[in-house]
Design a protein around this ligand. Structure first.
Ligand SMILES: Cc1cc2nc3c(=O)[nH]c(=O)nc-3n(C[C@H](O)[C@H](O)[C@H](O)COP(=O)(O)OP(=O)(O)OC[C@H]3O[C@@H](n4cnc5c(N)ncnc54)[C@H](O)[C@@H]3O)c2cc1C
Length: 330
C-alpha cells in the first residue's frame, strides 16, 4: 500500500490578478489553496465602478500581451468571452498641440468590464471576500493568519503568498521578518487620482482615448469605445503619476476641481456630468520586470505582484504564475 503525503495548504492574500494567477497555477499543481481578499470582489486594480446607469473601468484601462505564457492565457480569456481586442482612436496632447498616435500596439480589455478576467479566475478558487488580513505569524512551522473582520482564521497553512502592493506587503512581512522589506525597499509605488464623468448624451470628442503630456492629467478615455460596454456615455480621467503622488493628500473636492478645470482646457467639459472621484494610493510602480517574484523557501513565504514584474497587468499575471512554479509539493 502506498501512502501519499497530504496536500500542502497555501493561503494567498490578495485577489488581484497576481494572486489569482498564483492561486490558479498552485491549484493546478495539486495544492489546497484559500484566497483572502479585503474587498467584496476579485480583480484588485483591474477594477470597474458601477453607478446609476453607468459603468466605467477606473483602474487599469487596457493591457498588452508580449510573453508567450500570457498570450496563451489571453487566448483562453478570449475563447471564454471575457476579453477582447480594443481598437481606440488615440490622440496625444503635447507642447500645447494635438497629434494622432501612430502605434501598432495591440490593446486588450476585459469584457464586458475590466474586472471580468479576475471574476473568471476567481470562479474556480476557494475565495474569502471581506477579509482584511492584518496579522500573520509562524507557529511550529505553520502560518497562522488573522483578519480584521473574522479574527483568527481557523486553519493553518504550509505556505503563505502575499499578492499585494509593496507597502501592504511589507506591513505584513515585517511582522515576521524585517529582512524581507530590506531586500526590496527600493520599490516605491505612485498614487493616481481618478475622475469618472458620466454624461446623459454622447459627446462629440475627436478621440476615444488620449495620452496627455505636460498637464496634470495623463490619460482620458471614453469607456463606451471599448467592446461590450453598456450604459451612459462615461469618460475616465487619470491624473499623471507625478502630480497624483505630490497631491495625494489633497481633499477630494480640491483634486476633482483641479482635474476638471484641466479637462475643460483639453476640450472635455464635465459641467453637466455626474462625477465620481477615486484616490488610488498605490497605482503604479517599477517598470522593471525584475526580480519577477520572491520565494523565501526557509520561511515558506512567497511575494508576487506587479511591483516585482514591470508594474502592469501582464507583469502581475506573470509574477503570480512564476512564483507558483517555485513552490514545490514535497
Ligand atoms: C489608475 C490605474 C491605472 C492603470 N492602468 C493600467 C493600464 O492601462 N495597463 C496596465 O497593464 N496596467 C495598468 N494599471 C496597473 C494594473 O492595474 C496592475 O498592474 C495590476 O492590476 C496589479 O495586480 P496585482 O495583483 O499585482 O495587485 P492588485 O490588483 O492591487 O491586487 C492586490 C489585492 O490585494 C487586496 N488587499 C490589499 N491589502 C489586503 C489585505 N491586508 N488583506 C487582504 N487583501 C488585501 C486588494 O484589495 C487587491 O484586491 C493601472 C493601475 C491603476 C491603479
Amino acid at each position: 500500500m502506498t501512502h501519499s503525503s497530504p496536500q500542502k495548504t497555501i493561503a494567498i492574500i490578495g485577489a488581484g490578478l497576481s494572486g489569482l494567477s498564483c492561486a490558479t497555477k498552485l491549484q493546478a499543481q495539486g495544492f489546497k489553496v484559500q484566497v483572502f481578499e479585503k474587498s467584496r470582489g476579485p480583480s484588485g486594480r483591474m477594477s470597474t465602478r458601477n453607478g446609476k446607469d453607468w459603468t466605467a473601468d477606473h483602474g487599469a484601462q487596457y493591457f498588452t500581451a508580449r510573453d508567450p505564457l500570457f498570450i496563451e492565457e489571453l487566448n483562453n480569456w478570449i475563447n471564454a468571452g471575457i476579453s477582447a481586442a480594443w481598437h481606440p482612436h488615440i490622440k496625444v496632447f503635447e507642447n500645447g498641440q494635438w497629434h494622432e498616435r501612430a502605434s501598432t500596439e495591440k490593446r486588450y480589455v476585459g469584457i464586458p468590464a475590466m474586472n471580468s478576467p479576475g471574476k473568471y479566475l476567481a470562479e474556480n478558487l476557494p475565495m474569502h471576500f471581506n477579509q482584511t488580513i492584518d496579522q500573520i505569524d509562524r507557529q511550529d512551522g505553520q502560518w497562522v493568519i488573522h483578519s480584521l473582520e473574522s479574527g483568527n482564521i481557523n486553519q493553518q497553512f504550509d505556505w503563505l503568498v502575499l499578492a499585494l502592493p509593496a507597502v501592504q506587503t511589507f506591513t505584513l512581512s515585517n511582522l515576521v521578518d524585517k529582512s524581507v522589506e530590506k531586500a526590496d525597499a527600493q520599490f516605491k509605488m505612485m498614487g493616481c487620482w481618478t475622475v469618472i464623468a458620466s454624461f446623459a448624451e454622447k459627446l462629440n470628442m475627436p478621440f476615444d482615448a488620449a495620452f496627455i503630456n505636460d498637464e496634470i492629467i495623463g490619460w482620458i478615455c471614453r469607456n463606451n469605445s471599448k467592446p461590450a460596454r453598456q450604459g451612459l456615455e462615461t469618460w475616465t480621467i487619470h491624473a499623471n503619476p507625478q502630480w497624483s503622488q505630490q497631491s495625494i493628500e489633497l481633499e477630494k473636492e480640491e483634486a476633482g476641481k483641479r482635474l476638471l478645470e484641466c479637462a475643460k482646457r483639453l476640450g472635455l467639459d464635465c459641467q453637466n456630468a455626474q462625477i465620481f472621484l477615486h484616490r488610488w494610493r498605490y497605482a503604479s510602480g517599477s517598470i522593471d520586470a525584475k526580480p519577477g517574484f520572491r520565494a523565501y523557501q526557509h520561511l515558506k513565504l512567497g511575494l508576487c505582484g506587479d511591483w516585482l514584474h514591470g508594474g502592469r497587468v501582464e507583469g502581475a499575471w506573470l509574477s503570480g504564475y512564476q512564483l507558483a512554479l517555485q513552490i514545490k509539493n514535497e
